[in-house]
Design a protein. Structure first.
Length: 253
């Protein structure tokens, strides 16, 4: 974790959100998501206020709406699942556009869409304003088990290595005239996947031996010595605390 590692979700900037320590932002996003999940699904207005809060944070962070929407496409499978619920969940039925829809299914679909979309949006803002290295250091600062932090660090650091290996193998196949056009070519692809696994395993063994020879004993040194100020903690807490107030209103009204 000694060097930065840019990723596609990150958007370079110098906004107040970018300047907050990673562990403050992680706690803020976790608190916000927990509050959103705890909000009763019938409080539709509350989810609208949550969306406004996230839009305000995105504006302060100077993250464009188009950038956000493109990164949020990852939730499409959950949207597809939610859209099926009004047709498969038993219960009271209502007619809409000539279709018979389940009332509990409609509420369930709304619950998944609203809470899932807000959670994904909050995560996208976090990733857009925080480099991967800072996220790992933030997790380390929050005392996440060292082994989990190391696994995440190695996964991020060597994902590009494995991707490049896949690219070279693909070029080698195409240079020999191979193109996957049907089921009969699945055997070649399976053999390539097996070869990639073996090469990755062997590379991992070599990396481990190199680390041991340099004094690695199973733990990584703590590299993050930055302490968050009270102002930074207060700034990060503004989002989850405001959302908490909205949630409490949602339960009382």
């Amino acid at each position: 974790m000694g060097s930065g590692h840019a990723h596609r979700l990150y958007r370079h900037g110098h906004s107040p959100v970018h300047g907050l320590p990673a562990h403050c932002k992680l706690i803020a996003v976790l608190g916000f998501v927990l509050v959103v999940v705890s909000t009763p699904r019938e409080a539709v207005w509350a989810f609208g206020l949550y969306a406004v809060l996230l839009a305000a944070v995105a504006a302060v962070a100077r993250v464009p709406a188009g950038f956000m929407l493109r990164r949020m496409l990852i939730e499409i499978p959950f949207v597809a699942f939610a859209l099926l619920m009004p047709f498969v969940v038993p219960g009271e039925q209502v007619q809409a556009l000539g279709l018979s829809l389940s009332v509990p299914g409609l509420w369930g679909a709304w619950n998944i869409l609203a809470k899932g979309t807000l959670g994904v949006a909050a995560s996208v803002i976090l990733a857009s304003t925080t480099e991967l290295r800072e996220l790992l250091l933030g997790l380390q600062r929050l005392r996440l088990p060292s082994m989990l932090v190391q696994i995440a660090s190695f996964m991020i650091r060597y994902s590009d290595v494995i991707t490049d290996e896949m690219r070279r193998m693909s070029i080698a196949r195409r240079s020999r005239g191979f193109e996957a056009r049907g089921v009969r070519h699945w055997g070649v692809l399976a053999a390539s996947a097996g070869a990639l696994f073996i090469r990755s395993y062997e590379r991992g063994e070599r990396v481990h031996l190199a680390m041991v020879s340099r004094g690695y004993t199973g733990t990584m040194p703590v590299l993050d010595h930055v302490r968050a100020s009270r102002v930074q903690w207060a700034s990060a807490a503004a989002l989850p605390l405001t959302a908490l107030a909205v949630c409490l209103l949602g339960w009382t009204l």
